[in-house]
Design a protein around this ligand. Sequence first.
Ligand code: NDP
Length: 494
Amino acid sequence: MATNPGHRPEDHAFVLPAATIAGTTFFAATGEARSAICNAATGETIGWQEHATAELVDRAVHAARNALIAWRHTTPAARGRLLRKIAELLEADRERLSAMQMQVSGKPRFEADLDVSDAAATFNYYASLCDDASMFAAESVAVPDDTLQAERMHEPMGVAALIVPWNFPMVTTAWKLAPALAAGCTAVLKPSELTSPTEHMLAEIVSEAGVPDGVVNVVNGGGDVGAWLTAHPLVDKISFTGSTASGRKVMQAAAQDMKRVTLELGGKSALIVRADADVAQAVTLAVGGAFANAGQMCSATARILVHDDVYRKFMAAFETAVRALVVAPPDHGGAAMGPLISAAQHARVTALVAEGVEAGAQIAFTGKLDSACADGFFMAPVVVAEPAANNTLWTDEVFGPVACVKSFRSDDEAIALANDTRYGLVATVATNDEKAARRYKAQLRAGLVWINTPQLIFPQVCWGGFGLSGIGRELGVAGLRSYQELRHAVGLRA
Ligand code: NDP
């Protein structure tokens, strides 16, 4: 990639460009906004992210619009070859990508590695859809008139604005970018200002794979940069992952030009442990569901419902497991849980816990921090027992390592409690009763239900939820269709 002549980064460990547009990187003029990139495990500033101006956002959208004309007419098979190449390069660069995720987010190595695997699997999956000509070919539609023929076609939507948060930056980007490119859309990506280094690396890989300049552009900065992008009249589609509050603003901005939107927002999901469950397995599901990625997951099953008959046994085993969880920096051999992403997120989660406790929530037990956690944004896991139904720790998304446990006596009660939320992203059920499992699958109001399994996410299986959890579905064939307009044609049969 070329560097825009006339602008040089300052002499610093690393300064990331404000934008990458049609293969050229742009550094802001002196005095423009920039933000620190921190190492979440040490609190140190390790670099700087320059912020794009409204003018750079406009240039990025125009670059995507110019590249669209040629890109949408490439064959799906040619696009598939490029997507497969991106997956190969991600795998080949695994060590560097994992190291950067560990350095910025403080994720333990196994979590950072999993992110690389998920991103590569997503590009490979959409490459395989591109190889399937039936995904893109016109299909005939039966109509009740023999003299007529009708057909259905899927066309690329156009320029896609992809706005991603900081919790799984590379993965969330892959979930959006791979189907957008497969569909024949061009893109402007806006990473989170906190975790942009891995997105820069991904953008370099996309370019190295041979994706033509202008097909994927990156603009960096905070919410204002995202807002300029969502308001731009030449953007056709917005795919946003983040908070419900920001999602509302995105949807309002989209309404002006009737832009298509996919919103992947928050959650307050349930893990249900029936009396017949394997309690040891249920504890493993509870620890993973509530504390993976330090609880910073839209899919966190932070409301744990446990049948009365196994409640005491579950709580005793859960406490042992939580106390044994090694919360430590990623270079610590046994690290199982890393820090929160930022000082602000740490302050936010700590304040939410204090507010919940002030309102009467009882902390049953907490985990502990390793001695190596002194400087970063670490927080020990917190488990609250039997909060009131209106306690904010039970009702609101915390996005940190905080889980609430409540007991229940019947399936009716468990289903009612699990569904008593305005969100509806995922749910997990621990049970050895197949009939009961079928009932939970049918009656839980959630986009994805796991039975006796950890939070497995396959690119073949759609992701998205009900209510405040968002609009539309990512991944799977629906993920591809979300970047395509559906068209029909009806005419006289030849
Ligand atoms: P936001 O929803 O604010 O941010 C998500 C992304 O959107 C970021 O790239 C952000 O930029 C950008 N953005 C912010 N405002 C706008 C806007 N008006 N228009 C367009 N883009 C915008 O999440 P935060 O990072 O502030 O986290 C706050 C809370 O959101 C968390 O504590 C958590 O509860 C929830 N959250 C949920 C996520 C999920 O996966 N469902 C993911 C992340 C957060 P930037 O951050 O660079 O300013």
